[in-house]
Design a protein around this ligand. Structure first.
Ligand code: NDP
Length: 395
């Protein structure tokens, strides 16, 4: 019986993983070590009961009494708080999915790498903020990191590891998000509700807005750089409104391998869950005849300035990834809270990167969690400082 843990079980990716476990035998097949949630006690308790989990952790520790109540009458252990999340990650399990959103996923994911475990990584922010630390830790301990982000899972599946030097380019596709066809002048007035509707994928609100701004793709370019050790010049982005081709790998002989699949995260999660085998998954199949055609176009960098910022981050190296991720999270918080406009997010991140570049130590990759978090805190302050500017602009 394989043992599994899901960090961020109550989110969109966590729900997809839960569905896969339930439809492939549930507790009769899987030993579920730990499930974690942020604030959604009711759903966490329901999932823990359904899968017979050994431990349920709620990140917001004020909600621990409510979790205990919801698990009353079961033998499921309940815990709360950031340290309990790390302890959940530390519990031996054959496979751990990191599906927490944002920088909060870094410490638990890093703990899995430190104990040499198998980390299925949906939390792209970990690689963006601390790629060298996470990958270096995994190399040292023998941990396995498997990509769950659909584009990176696609690259992973198309990559000929015996011919890495022959890889000319990887291309990750982007749907273009909610505003891909909006007139540019409308973008400054985009509302949170409008940015929160994805044309193809059903995902958490934050990644959906990041898709509209293309910050999600910017994170993914950096993620591909960190995960596959590719330079920025060999990572291309292509707008593909149908979200069927997830990524392509082009080789020196002119051949290109593409990965296709319906826009459903269960395919990428299922691939990582069963890797290195390919097991049957009871999921929708691709019907290309029904689709008829697939379209592609080059991304417009005026519409999506986040893409140029991603290349700047890769060129800078050092602490730039930690700064970029944190500044982006702060700008997104500010947009969701109505403090800045949609089009203020990229300038806020740019400003945080410029401020950080002037600080001592920027050129060196943070070599500990504490160092990453120091850059993270400062970057959030720098990005937040743009609020006044945005307020004046909007007035
Ligand atoms: P959601 O917002 O749907 O879910 C996030 C999960 O993290 C929830 O379980 C949430 O708990 C938990 N959480 C939130 N804040 C904290 C915190 N401070 N500490 C601990 N746990 C917390 O996000 P998604 O599922 O959409 O995305 C998860 C990750 O996967 C992100 O990194 C995203 O970029 C990545 N990803 C997502 C894809 C998708 O299709 N959704 C595709 C590819 C990658 P609760 O809800 O209980 O508060």
């Amino acid at each position: 019986m394989r043992s599994v843990s899901i960090l961020g079980a109550t989110g969109s990716v966590g729900e997809s993983a839960f569905d896969l476990l339930m439809q492939s035998g549930g507790p009769a097949r899987w030993r579920v070590v730990a499930l974690t949630g942020g604030r959604n006690v009711a759903r966490l308790a329901q999932m823990a009961r359904a899968l017979g989990a050994e431990l349920a952790v709620i990140a917001d520790d004020t909600l621990l009494p409510a979790l205990r109540d919801a698990l009353a009458g079961t033998e499921i252990e309940a815990a709360g708080g950031a340290q309990a999340l790390i302890e959940a990650a530390d519990r031996p399990a054959d496979w751990v999915l990191s599906a927490i959103v944002g920088a909060a996923g870094l410490a638990p994911g890093l703990r899995v790498a430190e104990r040499g475990g198998v980390l299925a990584l949906a939390n792209k922010e970990s690689l963006v903020a601390a790629g060298p630390l996470l990958m270096g830790t995994a190399a040292r301990t023998g941990a396995t990191i498997l990509p769950v982000d659909s584009e990176h899972s696609a690259i992973f599946q198309c990559l000929d590891r015996n011919n890495i030097e022959a890889v000319e380019r990887v291309t990750i596709t982007a749907s273009g998000g909610a505003f891909r066809d909006w007139p540019l002048e409308r973008l400054a007035h985009a509302t949170v509700a409008e940015a929160s509707c994805h044309p193809n994928w059903t995902m958490g609100q934050r990644i959906t807005i990041d898709s509209a701004s293309m910050f999600n793709k910017a994170l993914e370019v950096i993620e591909a750089h960190e995960f596959f050790a590719l330079p920025a010049g060999r990572i291309a982005v292509l707008v593909h409104p149908e979200s069927i081709v997830h990524a392509m790998v082009s080789y020196a002989d002119g051949g290109t391998l593409a990965h296709l699949g319906p826009p459903d995260m269960r395919h990428a999660i299922g691939h990582a869950l069963h890797w290195p085998r390919r097991e049957p998954l009871g999921l929708p199949r691709l019907d290309l005849a029904a689709l008829g055609s697939l379209t592609f176009r080059a991304p417009c960098e005026t519409r999506w300035p986040a893409l140029a910022l991603a290349r700047q981050v890769i060129a800078s190296g050092g602490a730039a990834g930690a700064v970029f991720n944190a500044a982006k999270e702060q700008a997104l918080d500010d947009f969701i809270a109505g403090r800045i406009r949609f089009t203020d997010m990229a300038p806020a991140v740019d400003r945080a990167l410029a401020a950080a570049a002037g600080r001592a130590g920027f050129g060196a990759s943070p070599d500990s969690l504490a160092a990453v978090l120091d850059w993270d805190r400062q970057a959030r302050r720098d990005a937040a400082a743009v609020r006044g500017v945005a307020g004046q602009g909007a007035a």
